[in-house]
Design a protein around this ligand. Structure first.
Ligand code: SF4
Ligand code: MG
Length: 325
């Protein structure tokens, strides 16, 4: 709720704070148990920072994060530790996130060692079981990450994230570094594991086509804010925000009737240290009007769980006439 993460910018000869990068700028949303929420945005939209704040890998500047009803945004690291096993992250780059000096068995076992609740035999059995779940043979545990392909390494990363029996997993672009042909294999494995273990996913991607199959709902982020959030079909079939419409028009579609005219956005993503006034998308929006520069749009419910932050869908605030005294 009202989550913010600002990074101070230091400058001048005194190194004083001269501003903030508003990576996450007042975001509120829910993630329901057992669902997959896809988060889509360009690099610089704040999606990865938001993921890290949700898991308290970064402290929020303000706002709250509740996990299973418990506020985890301000509790001490000591109180957080027993909850850590319930929340895991799968990272984008399996090459960088797996220690090359550890065998695959050690990599998957390590989080269990930290938890320290299983015997050595139980841990070994669990490693073999998890390797099987991600489609790798038991012998894989004796090998090292460099002996595997990118897709296999990401499967090892997924097995590792499951070793503490988490409830909630954030995938931070877990398939972005993989070939398209391998992406769907990894996505299918994640989907199957979700059903089997009753997992809840937050799935971060920079592209709407990647999250389409795996997500139940999708949120589109722009410059640290949510532009639109909706059930998947509603978002892909009836996108309301001009930014979502532009992103979707760039996704190649196989259905002829779904062919959309490509909407080209002018200019680059503005800097999150100096975001435009009003609606931060107004510098690139084909439908921007006067109100957009002055007034920041809030997320508004359009029905059936479809929310959009855009002045095209709301009436201007009524002007209050000053009373005669
Ligand atoms: Fe475009 Fe205005 Fe809507 Fe922002 S509020 S998306 S600038 S129409
Ligand atoms: Mg699913």
């Amino acid at each position: 709720k009202n989550l913010k993460k600002y990074f101070p910018i230091k400058g001048g000869i005194l190194g004083r704070q001269v501003g903030n990068v508003k990576a996450v700028d007042d975001i509120s949303f829910d993630i329901y148990k057992g669902e997959t929420l896809g988060i889509v945005g360009e690099s610089g939209s704040g999606k990865s920072t938001m993921g890290r704040v949700l898991l308290r890998l970064l402290d929020p500047t303000s706002g709250t994060v509740k996990f299973d009803g418990q506020d985890i945004s301000t509790i001490s690291q000591r109180k957080l530790r027993p909850l850590r096993k319930d929340m895991q992250m799968v990272f984008q780059d399996p090459y960088a996130s797996l220690n090359p000096r550890m065998s695959v068995g050690q990599l998957i076992e390590e989080p269990m060692l930290v938890q320290n609740t299983l015997s050595s035999q139980e841990r070994k059995d669990m490693v073999v079981e998890l390797l099987g779940k991600v489609g790798l043979p038991p012998e894989a545990r004796m090998k090292y990450p460099h002996e595997f392909s990118g897709g296999q390494r990401q499967r090892i990363g997924i097995a590792r994230s499951l070793s503490t029996k988490p409830k909630f997993i954030i995938g931070d672009e877990p398939v972005s570094a993989l070939d398209v042909s391998v992406q769907s294999q990894v996505l299918n494995i994640m989907d199957d594991l979700q059903d089997e273990y009753g997992l809840t996913y937050l799935f971060i991607a920079h592209d709407l086509s990647v999250v389409k199959h795996i997500s139940d709902r999708v949120a589109v982020m722009y410059l640290g804010r949510i532009a639109e959030i909706a059930p998947k079909h509603s978002l892909y079939d009836k996108p309301l925000h001009p930014y979502t419409q532009a992103l979707l028009s760039a996704v190649p579609s196989t259905k002829v009737h779904a062919k959309r005219e490509k909407i080209k956005l002018s200019g680059d993503l503005p800097s999150p240290s100096n975001p435009p006034t009003g609606c931060s998308f107004h510098t690139r929006c084909p439908q921007a009007h006067d109100r957009c520069k002055a007034e920041r749009p809030d997320l508004t419910h359009m029905g059936d769980g479809h929310y959009v932050a855009c002045h095209l869908y709301t009436e201007p605030e009524p002007k209050i006439e000053p009373k005669e005294v």
